[in-house]
Design a protein around this ligand. Structure first.
Ligand SMILES: *Cc1c(COP(=O)(O)O)cnc(C)c1O
Length: 388
């Protein structure tokens, strides 16, 4: 390719993996907040955003927080995780799932993925629980994740968790709008967590939520998130608190975003089916897709595996080629048990997440992609795949 050709392509507007997509409805809630001077981390937008999300997810209550990571941190505190305890988590996830375990001086125990949903393998989970108990460890929580929006095998996971009486913190950060057996993601765990970070299906620029059917839990989350201030007319604290509440401005963005959640799910799913229609027949390309009718994914990101032998290319080469055309693609999450910082944590492995990481690629999946954006991505993919 000549320099001239490259330059023309670079001048095309960048196609992002997943960028914020405002509805336009956000601004009226922000203006309301300004007019009423509700700028603080409390106010009508916070209350309404919480109510709307709780209703959408079919849970009794939700507490709006500064991030999904903060929500997981508070969930673990509320479940009594202490230094020396263990928390079992999916290894194939983003670090935000497990960093809070370390904040508390507890140890994450990693469980590998199964092949169908790429999420926590229930068989390995039970094996891990049995062995941790045999070793005399206190397993205080299990954190399954619905990665890329695909629901985990929640029936099996909940039944195993119930058998050993260990509470589940459901990391639904990527799965707002997904369902399993018609039940919304965010309604499975004793506590569930959502994220509204910049690249999630809905964004408040930054934010998160803690959901539960137990109001004592959500009330406690609000208390801890506002510096754990006792009920007294002066400032009195009997516990350590945090500054984790969501601001009323950002909750206004969230309210505007919730008005279009169904539309956003539809758009993300449309991307997914577009890619599948064009690429599914290619030998050596496989998609993460709903295993059967029980699963409904928001398809936050469309992800593929590239078999180097069958395709003659690789995730790295495809990604580089897309970058040359000003298109952003990314590797899948690098499993937590491979992270230098967690190298001493126990891990129950079957090789799946390592293979997924080696072969996988996240394709541009924003709900604001146009038909011509998708065609541009497909053109690069097909030309690279045909070059072999
Ligand atoms: C984004 C994300 C988080 C953390 O959410 P933040 O709002 O970014 O703190 C946790 N878990 C998963 C799986 C995520 O994708």
């Amino acid at each position: 390719m000549t320099d001239k050709e490259l330059k023309t392509e670079k001048s095309d507007k960048r196609i992002y993996l997943s960028s914020p997509h405002m509805s336009g409805g956000e601004i009226k809630y922000i203006e309301e907040a300004f007019e009423q001077n509700w700028i603080a981390p409390l106010g009508p937008n916070v209350d309404e955003f919480e109510k709307t999300v709780a209703a959408y997810c079919g849970v009794k209550d939700a507490a709006a927080l500064s991030s999904g990571t903060a929500a997981i941190h508070l969930a673990l505190i509320i479940l009594g995780v202490k230094p020396g305890d263990e928390v079992i988590a999916s290894s194939f996830t983003f670090s935000g799932t497990v960093n809070p375990v370390a904040y508390l001086g507890a140890t994450p125990v990693f469980v590998d993925s199964e092949e169908e949903t790429w999420n926590m393998d229930p068989n390995l989970l039970e094996k891990a629980i049995k062995e941790r108990i045999r070793k005399g460890k206190q397993v205080k929580a299990i954190i399954p994740v619905h990665l890329y929006g695909m629901p985990a095998k929640m029936e099996e996971i909940l039944s195993i968790a119930g058998k050993y009486d260990i509470p589940v913190v459901e990391d639904a950060a990527e799965a707002l709008g997904s369902r399993f057996l018609e039940k919304p993601a965010g309604s499975f765990g004793r506590i569930a967590v959502l994220s509204f970070n910049g690249n999630k299906i809905l964004s408040t620029s930054g934010g998160g939520m803690l959901l539960s059917d137990e109001r004592e839990i959500t009330e406690r989350a609000r208390f801890l998130a506002t510096q754990a201030r006792d009920r007294a007319s002066w400032y009195q604290h009997s516990q350590i608190g945090y500054n984790y509440r969501m601001s009323n401005i950002l909750a206004g963005v969230g309210r505007g975003q919730m008005e279009v959640i169904d539309e956003r799910v539809r758009q993300r799913r449309e991307n997914h089916f577009y890619y599948r229609e064009q690429l599914e027949q290619v030998d050596g390309i496989t998609f993460l897709k709903e295993p059967n009718d029980a699963y409904f994914s928001n398809h936050w990101l469309t992800t593929i595996l590239i078999d180097p032998e069958k395709t003659g290319t690789s995730n790295r080469l495809l990604m580089e080629e897309m970058e040359r055309h000003n298109i952003e693609a990314r590797y899948l999450w690098n499993p937590m048990h491979l992270q230098p910082v967690f190298s001493h944590s126990p891990a129950y492995l079957n090789g799946t997440s390592e293979r997924l990481f080696q072969q996988g690629l996240c394709l541009p999946s924003g709900s604001n992609m146009t038909d011509s954006d998708r065609a541009r991505v497909m053109d690069v993919l097909q030309r690279t795949l045909n070059k072999r």
